[in-house]
Design a protein around this ligand. Structure first.
Ligand code: NAP
Length: 234
């Protein structure tokens, strides 16, 4: 049997993460560690896993809980991981304007969007080092781009801007080891987060992200890419 590559996908139970899980499954070359915080309620993901010939493995993972990430790290100990795909993210609540700011919710947004991706890198770095083509991809957003003016959503925008910097620094530090680190904008996508008026379907986003992720080269390290493969301005 052909040996499979392995991808970790966070937030795999719905939205872009679920579509990414389906897209990786479609290619036949991938084993997917599909992470979600409540596997019991993840009916669509459970159906997918049941019909995946064991290629989708559901893993419990709450990104705001350090012990949950540690337990996940222990669970995957010794296994080679080819792609860490940090996809899970939150919008940051309803009170994130300059003069009506929920600071606790802002902190929570940083935990999930900015700090958890680095915790996931810590949790899987030894596994990535066992791969012949290791990649760390984090789903960011155009809303975190400093080149783009925009109003409101302070918590979300700042969490993604900081995430971009975290991953850019990491890219510089892991370059010598040949680990590719990128951040990606998935498009404005019709999910619970993007809303129904968004530009593209989750399927279209996942298809683009998959193509870009599976054809990354070492020279792509440290780039901010769109789901189309084009550069996104920082
Ligand atoms: N949709 C867009 O237009 C758009 C645009 C730019 C960037 N993005 C980014 O794309 C990514 C995916 O977005 P989406 O549109 O698919 O969002 P979504 O439909 O709201 O799904 C978010 C996913 O993240 C998971 N998640 C949230 N908090 C978590 C936690 N503490 N622990 C574990 N999982 C957690 C959710 O799990 P639960 O089901 O348990 O809540 C869910 O699976 C995010 O990083 C988002 O910022 C989206």
């Amino acid at each position: 049997m052909m040996s499979l590559s392995t991808v970790i996908i966070t937030g795999a139970n719905r939205g872009i993460g679920f579509e990414l899980t389906k897209r990786f499954l479609l290619s036949n070359e991938w084993k997917i560690l599909a992470c979600c915080r409540n596997p019991d309620g993840a009916d669509a993901l459970k159906d997918l896993a049941e019909n995946s010939s064991n290629r989708v493995e559901i893993c419990r993972l709450d990104l705001t809980n350090e012990n949950s990430i540690k337990a996940f790290s222990e669970k995957i100990s010794g296994r080679a991981i080819d792609v860490l795909l940090n996809n899970a993210g939150i919008m940051g609540g309803n009170h994130q304007s300059a003069f009506d700011m929920d600071f606790d919710a802002w902190f929570e947004t940083f935990k999930v969007n900015t700090m958890a991706p680095l915790r996931m890198v810590q949790a899987s770095i030894e596994n990535l080092r066992q791969s012949s083509n290791p990649r760390i991809i984090t789903i960011s957003s155009q809303m975190g781009s400093l080149n783009r003016m925009g109003k409101g959503s302070y918590a979300y925008r700042s969490s993604k801007a900081a995430l971009n910097k975290v991953m850019q620094v990491l890219a510089a530090e892991l370059e010598q080891e040949g680990i590719i680190v990128t951040v990606m904008h998935p498009g404005w996508v019709q999910t619970d987060m993007g809303g129904k008026d968004a530009d593209i379907s989750p399927q279209a986003s996942a298809e683009g992200l998959f193509r870009v992720i599976t054809s990354l080269k070492k020279s792509d390290n440290g780039r901010f890419l769109q789901w189309t493969g084009e550069d996104h301005p920082w």
